[in-house]
Every structure is written in C-alpha cells, then in structure tokens.
Design a protein around this ligand. Structure first.
Ligand SMILES: [Zn+2]
Length: 138
C-alpha cells in the first residue's frame, strides 16, 4: 500500500507545494508545528534516510538548506531545526524518507520541543564505543 507521501507525489492527495524538481518535492507540513514547517522528500520512495542513496539524499538536503535560508530571510525565523527521523523508535510516522525544516521563533516555539539530556556515562567505555563505530563504517 502507498504511503501518504507517495500519494501526494502522485497527485492523489493535495498539498501546499513549496518546491519541486525531477527528484525532490517540498511541501508544508499539515501540522505546522511552527509557521513555515516544511517537509522535503525524494519523489522516489525510500523508506528512510539510511536507505536513500547518497546522491538523492544530498539533493534533498540541498533543498532543505535553501528552505531554511528562506525561513530566516522571509519569515524572520531566528533559527531552524533540520532533522529526519529513522524508524518508529525515532518518531518516524510516515515510512518515506523526509526531512523536517522547522523555523524557530524567539518566544514562539509552537508545538515543537526537542530535548537532549546528557546521561551518566560512568561505566561506558567511550574510546571503545568510538572504535567500534569507526570499525563498523570502514
Ligand atoms: Zn513513499
């Protein structure tokens, strides 16, 4: 079964289009977590960032970058969060790779919250962990 983004790409569901080329589509997120919240995605279906080929992922991020610049230049955002979720455990709700570009306004967080809290690393062997990850990406 087609996911909602494939249906939008195929024109079966309407959207507020921000950008389109042969490979990439950008639309306003229907939730508008903050004003201007945009989703950038490849037109071809890839389940997530990790399964998307580099050349397509780079095109998606290049568009996300331009949209982030516009959100600051046009909408007056003071910052932008650019993020993608991989897998349900990370909060991915539609299994079609997409990048959120979320403008941030001073005093206007809207419905967006992100919290990164450090944890106690006692007992973690960080040099070993770094080495294990380094070896896995060789
Ligand atoms: Zn899809």
């Amino acid at each position: 079964m087609k996911d909602v983004f494939c249906k939008i790409i195929d024109g079966e569901i309407p959207c507020s289009k921000v950008y389109e080329d042969d490979d990439v589509l950008a639309i306003l997120d229907i939730s508008q977590t903050t004003k201007g919240h945009t989703l950038v995605m490849p037109k071809k279906h890839y389940e997530n960032f990790l399964s998307c080929p580099n050349d397509i992922a780079l095109k998606v991020y290049a568009v996300a970058r331009r949209i982030g610049q516009a959100e600051i230049g046009l909408l007056g955002a003071k910052g932008v969060n650019v993020l993608t979720n991989v897998g349900e455990a990370a909060g991915q709700s539609v299994p079609h790779f997409h990048v959120h570009v979320i403008p941030r306004y001073v005093g206007g967080e809207g419905g967006f919250q992100i919290t990164m809290k450090g944890q106690d690393t006692t007992g973690m062997d960080l040099p070993r962990l770094a080495s294990d990850i380094a070896n896995a990406i060789k």
